[in-house]
Ligand binder design. Structure first.
Ligand code: DQA
Length: 142
């Protein structure tokens, strides 16, 4: 079964971000890690990243139409994009929100997620393992 793993702005440049917060994998390595974690539990992960709110919304619409389960790291859009929340609310298969870091242990503006309320659940704070744990949770849900 196919799942979509969507990633929001600046995650394509993980190698240039603070490794103490986001870990040591670049985005290509993170993609491989996600694909292999999914394969390990019999799922096929398609991993995408965009800095564009429009593109992320279009991908959510595509997932809704195809009834594809979604694991989503909306990155900074997590904290303020009502348009992404509304698109996520229209999904027709489970949605799991993920974060590499634990946003609740960081700056106050990161303490709000406008996405969590329309997600089945949220996993954050485990670095790349957040995605692996989300894949295990998704496998259980499916
Ligand atoms: C993030 C946390 C967000 O607050 C931040 O804007 C990101 C990444 C994470 O994976 O920890 O870009 O979603």
């Amino acid at each position: 079964m196919k799942i979509l793993v969507l990633n929001g702005p600046n995650l394509g440049r993980l190698d240039l971000r603070d490794s103490k917060i986001y870990g040591n994998l670049n985005f290509a390595q993170l993609t491989e890690f996600i694909k292999s974690a999914a394969k390990g539990v019999g799922l096929e992960a398609e991993v995408r990243q965009s800095d564009s709110e429009l593109e992320l919304i279009q991908w959510l619409h595509e997932a809704a139409d195809a009834k594809t389960p979604v694991i989503f790291n909306p990155a900074a859009f997590t904290h303020y994009s009502y348009a992404i929340r509304d698109a996520a609310a229209m999904l027709t298969a489970p949605l799991i929100e993920v974060h590499l870091s634990n946003p609740l242990a960081r700056e106050e503006f990161r303490h709000t997620s406008v996405i969590s309320g329309v997600a089945h659940g949220t996993i954050g704070g485990f670095g790349p393992d957040s995605y692996r744990l989300a894949i295990l949770a998704m496998k259980e849900l499916l």
